[in-house]
Design a protein around this ligand. Structure first.
Ligand SMILES: [Zn+2]
Ligand SMILES: [Zn+2]
Length: 391
């Protein structure tokens, strides 16, 4: 079928994106869903820093590619073998497809799925193929790659059945869109990875969309102190509004040791000497060093951001041993989407996860480049593209 999609042809175009236009909306051909695949009409898709990292080239991916991975839509058609969703269901897209067969999947850790990671790296679906093509350029069809097995910046998408989870219609679709990236990653980092305990202290370094979801998760878990750390005072103001008990503005040019000392010296009460859990959400080396530096001995530092592959750790090794520290990675919130998403929807319905506070605006498809300018400037937490009425 013919669809319209925002195609990234070339990474690394300069800002402002409203001028350089890295994403061009064009007509593509989308193949029918095959075995274990579904066709989804996209409704709302969030603009996330992981998309931005591909646009600016810090996370290289094959091009031309259709980005967009924080998405919600409706199932229009199912291929043979699809047993987890039906036509008409509202589904959230999950950007790490767990194949269900490999060891990671079998032991209940689908975020470590090897075939899923391999497919994502190659820009194909779990079946090993792309279903998106450019036509009209001679007889050959030119493949267009998928991001995270989703490619949500489009009117329609074909996904593996392992990339979609049915979502209760009780949550408005514009908020359900956040479930598949910000919420599952941020809240999951707190609950599944750090396993934050009631009354403990939690620091969040980097208050973008995922960081704010972690803050909401820490609050829902009953954290006693929630410390927000960011370079942008607007993000800290928002964090305060959403429940941060302490906020710290980082000055980019300050040495990391000075930043760490300043934060540690100003923490008191249960955070004296550092926090129990520090979550790095910015995808940068300095952010992880700050998070590690403000974690107390015996505490846990979790890294969630996705830095440039060239970034390596710079951490004092002996402190891990002598201070019995734990440093862990958390991808997609170490989540099991079919288990976690219904829980998060219930928390939303009870008011414990006020996702409506994360949506800074909803823009039409044609303004997608301007939306990335807003994200790049840090003006917004989450901007959603409305694709519901796009034919
Ligand atoms: Zn994302
Ligand atoms: Zn697997």
């Amino acid at each position: 079928m013919k669809i319209r999609a925002a195609v990234l042809e070339q990474m690394g175009k300069p800002v402002p994106y409203s001028v350089s236009k890295p994403l061009i909306i064009e007509e593509l051909e989308l193949d029918e869903p095959e075995q274990d695949e579904v066709l989804v009409k996209m409704w709302y898709v969030g603009l996330c820093h992981s998309d931005l990292s591909v646009i600016n080239g810090s996370r290289p991916r094959p091009t031309p590619m259709v980005l967009g991975h924080e998405a919600v839509g409706q199932v229009l058609q199912i291929g043979p073998g699809v047993d987890n969703v039906s036509v008409g269901d509202m589904v959230s897209c999950i950007f790490v497809p767990g194949c269900g067969q490999c060891e990671g999947c079998r032991i209940g850790r689908p975020t470590t799925c090897i075939p899923g990671a391999e497919a994502n790296k190659r820009g194909v679906l779990l079946c090993g193929k792309t279903h998106l093509f450019r036509t009209g350029r001679g007889t050959d069809r030119q493949p267009v790659y998928h991001m995270g097995g989703t490619s949500g910046f489009a009117t329609h998408a074909v996904l593996s059945k392992h990339s979609v989870v049915k979502v209760d219609q009780g949550i408005p679709p514009e908020y359900a869109a956040l479930l598949g990236c910000g919420v599952i990653t941020g809240v999951g980092a707190v609950t599944n990875s750090a396993k934050v305990s009631f009354g403990s202290s939690v620091a969040i370094v980097g208050l973008g969309g995922v960081g704010v979801c972690a803050l909401l998760g820490a609050k829902a878990c009953g954290a006693g102190q929630i410390v927000a750390v960011d370079l942008d005072p607007r993000k800290l103001a928002k964090a305060k509004e959403l429940g941060a008990t302490h906020t710290f503005l980082v000055h980019k040019d300050d040495p990391i040791s000075k930043t760490v000392e300043t934060i540690r010296s100003q923490l008191g009460g249960i955070s004296r000497g550092g926090v129990d859990y520090a979550l790095e959400m910015a995808g940068s080396g300095p952010a992880l060093q700050i998070a590690y530096g403000i974690t107390k001995p015996g505490g846990t530092t979790v890294t969630i951001g996705l830095p440039d592959p060239a970034v390596h750790l710079d951490i004092q090794q002996v402190s891990i041993t002598a201070e019995e520290r734990t440093l862990i990675g958390s991808y997609l919130g170490s989540g099991v989407a079919t288990r976690d998403l219904p829980r998060y929807v219930d928390l939303y319905k009870k008011g414990s996860l006020p996702l409506e506070k994360l949506v800074s605006g909803i823009i039409p498809f044609r303004e997608i480049n301007q939306g990335f300018d807003m994200l790049e400037k840090g003006e917004v937490i989450r901007v959603l593209v409305n694709l519901k009425d796009e034919k």
